[in-house]
Design a protein. Structure first.
Length: 129
């Protein structure tokens, strides 16, 4: 097994942060069940629980595949990051009433996707993967 580069370590950290954030969303939605039901529609709560479970599992799978240096790491990382980005924007546009700083969000989103693609290209050049 080869030593990981700084870019790959930062990528693993990014995956871990997004995974923990989604698990926290899931946990908070369950813990604050009554408050959320009081101020929003029940379908929003169900959607948040489903997306929290889904993206937590995808994040854990991404982390395992990345740390084990699996042969399909690049494809899975790029596909899941694009799917997560699409989900983020659909949820942001469909469920949120206020949309402040959308330009900042779009620029940050594009930078993160480019970083994931750039970093995952170095993963595909691994002769052992």
């Amino acid at each position: 097994m080869r030593k990981r580069t700084l870019r790959e370590t930062l990528l693993a950290g990014l995956v871990l942060i997004v995974t923990v954030w989604n698990f926290t969303r899931l946990w908070t939605t369950i813990a604050w069940n009554q408050v959320i039901l009081e101020f929003s529609h029940p379908s929003v709560q169900i959607l948040t629980i489903i997306s929290g479970v889904l993206w937590s599992l995808v994040g854990l799978l991404n982390l395992v595949i990345l740390l084990r240096q699996h042969a399909k790491t690049r494809e899975f990382l790029v596909a899941s990051s694009l799917a997560y980005s699409i989900w983020y924007w659909v949820e942001r546009i469909a469920l949120q009433e206020q949309r402040p700083n959308w330009i900042f969000s779009a620029i940050l989103n594009a930078c993160l996707i480019l970083y994931i693609i750039f970093t995952s290209n170095s993963l595909s050049r691994d002769p052992h993967g």
